[in-house]
Design a protein around this ligand. Structure first.
Ligand SMILES: [Zn+2]
Ligand SMILES: [Zn+2]
Length: 275
């Protein structure tokens, strides 16, 4: 939510719902099916099939006929067990406290049935009917269902195309801070491996780094870095590994300086100073 705001999208709406746990959801599905049983002929073709396979999905059908049928359907909030209810209340309370504005949508469900309790979507008013740019929720039982220890978890996905589209429609041009990426050249297999370690140290400083795994000559790798537009190259040869200092080359000016692991901590300053 903050991320989207920071990008400049300020028309977003957060919708939340709780779909309960495996204890309380079953009873709700039973009641929902009981309600829909006599109205099944009024549902759209897709929802007629969903009635058996995944009745919860009927709740978020975009078809008007289904929406009409659902108007008086039982709502999951009334079926949450006491711990799910308490949990959902605390989620709402925390959002209020953080001043994150949200809308309760009792028709919100997720396509996959491993979700538990809180689910959410973030919608953009710029997108018409396919308006969800971010969606996710909790899945407290998934890890244990896959054979792991009981591990509460949550996750979400952002639709990149929809996000870009809504930014465009909103007339927002996000300023993309393009960090200079370092192309790490290892000369020989052992140096490539050392290059991998160095690249991860560089990345831990927030600077992108890519290791070239092609075991080619230095000049071939430099040509490749140049062709692919990398502004910086870190050369890791046998001598450099032995001396524990590596050659940082500015591809534009051709200037080279030696850097060691300690220098990585101030690498952003070195890059700035050398560019
Ligand atoms: Zn429950
Ligand atoms: Zn439908």
């Amino acid at each position: 939510y903050y991320f989207l705001n920071k990008l400049g999208l300020n028309d977003t709406e957060i919708q939340i719902n709780s779909i309960g746990c495996k204890d309380c959801r079953g009873e709700y599905i039973k009641q929902l099916k009981f309600y829909l049983k006599d109205r099944i002929d009024s549902l759209c073709e897709v929802c007629k099939r969903r009635f058996e396979s995944n009745p919860l999905r009927i709740l978020d059908c975009k078809n008007v006929v289904c929406k009409n049928v659902l108007e008086k359907a039982p709502q999951i909030e009334d079926f949450l067990c006491s711990s799910c209810k308490e949990h959902f209340d605390s989620v709402k309370k925390e959002l209020d406290r953080l001043k994150v504005f949200y809308v309760l949508n009792p028709y919100l469900v997720r396509g996959l049935d491993y979700y538990t309790r809180t689910i959410f979507e973030i919608k953009s008013s710029h997108l018409g009917s396919q308006d969800t740019i971010c969606a996710g929720g909790r899945y407290d039982d998934l890890v244990s269902e896959l054979g792991g220890p009981p591990t509460p978890a949550m996750g979400f996905a952002i639709g990149l195309e929809r996000l870009l589209l809504s930014l465009e429609k909103a007339g927002v041009k996000p300023s993309i801070a393009c960090l200079p990426c370092i192309f790490v050249i290892g000369i020989g297999q052992a140096c490539i491996q050392e290059g991998m370690r160095l690249a991860s140290l560089i990345r831990s400083q927030g600077i992108p780094a890519i290791v070239n795994f092609a075991n080619k000559s230095l000049s071939a790798q430099l040509r490749q870095a140049d062709k692919e537009g990398f502004p910086w190259v870190l050369i890791v040869g046998e001598k450099e590994v032995e001396e524990k200092r590596y050659i940082l080359r500015n591809m534009k000016s051709g200037r080279q300086v030696y850097v060691n692991e300690k220098d990585f901590k101030i690498l952003d300053k070195i890059l700035k100073g050398e560019s």
